[in-house]
Design a protein around this ligand. Structure first.
Ligand SMILES: [Zn+2]
Length: 243
């Protein structure tokens, strides 16, 4: 079968270099995620550094069969945020990229891509990157249809709710009483992060951060899968994944 040529765009959310020097990337774009490989020394019109993590790229390539990786022949850089490689920002950027990659299935690609793109920009531009990471992480989860239930008990639909049950997927009422107790302040901030516009949520001080990281981390581990990036967050937050 003749090779099929493709033109693709998106953000590099995963990158690995093989012993051969070839680079394999996963890219999240408007139509979802796709994987490609750039052979060392065979990339025309671009070098492999253009396929770096968090770069926005425009790529040409071809596939020999439908299930093959895209063989990347050209790369153009559409956008880069070099500040994301700073130790204070990298763990957050890694979390957003890894989370978006895990959540990306065919349908949600466009919205996940939009949130990831604005989240990565926000990490660089906003004065409080930790808040950006928390808010955008929850928003990505929400875009994928996995948001926790916060207005009524996740088990019986009743209330009032003073506990958070990870497995049940949200707050639980005093009668069901499953999950861990959650303080009023943390509950209110969680509601802000998931129901207000992201911009508005970022104007809130978000004071209960160790609780939010612990909750987000456990929620993602249960509902999304284990993320390597969560293990590195202790370096930039007051919260340690093992605590
Ligand atoms: Zn209940």
């Amino acid at each position: 079968m003749a090779p099929r040529y493709h033109l693709r765009e998106g953000i590099v959310v995963r990158r690995s270099e093989l012993p051969s020097g070839d680079v394999v990337v996963t890219v999240l774009g408007l139509s979802g995620k796709w994987r490609g490989v750039a052979r060392k020394g065979k990339l025309l019109g671009g070098n492999l550094a253009r396929l770096s993590l968090f770069h926005e790229v425009s790529v040409q390539g071809y596939r020999k069969r439908d299930d093959d990786l895209l063989l990347i022949t050209q790369v153009e850089l559409s956008g880069a945020l070099p500040a994301l490689s700073q130790p204070a920002l990298y763990p957050y950027a890694h979390l957003l990229a890894e989370l978006a990659e895990h959540l990306a299935v065919d349908q949600a690609g466009e919205r996940l891509y939009a949130y990831l793109a604005s989240g990565l920009r926000g990490l660089v531009q906003h004065h409080d990157p930790e808040a950006v990471a928390l808010v955008i992480s929850w928003r990505l989860v929400q875009q994928a249809g996995l948001a926790p239930r916060l207005t009524h008990c996740a088990r019986c639909g009743g209330g009032p709710c003073n506990r958070f049950d990870i497995a049940a997927g949200g707050l639980t009422c005093d009668r069901c009483a499953s999950g861990l107790p959650i303080a009023e302040a943390a509950k209110a901030e969680l509601l802000v992060m998931l129901t207000k516009a992201a911009r508005e949520a970022l104007n809130e001080p978000l004071l209960e951060r160790p609780t939010h990281w612990a909750l987000l981390s456990r929620y993602l581990a249960f509902h999304v899968g284990s993320l390597n990036s969560l293990g590195h967050l202790g370096a930039v937050t007051a919260w340690s994944p093992s605590s």
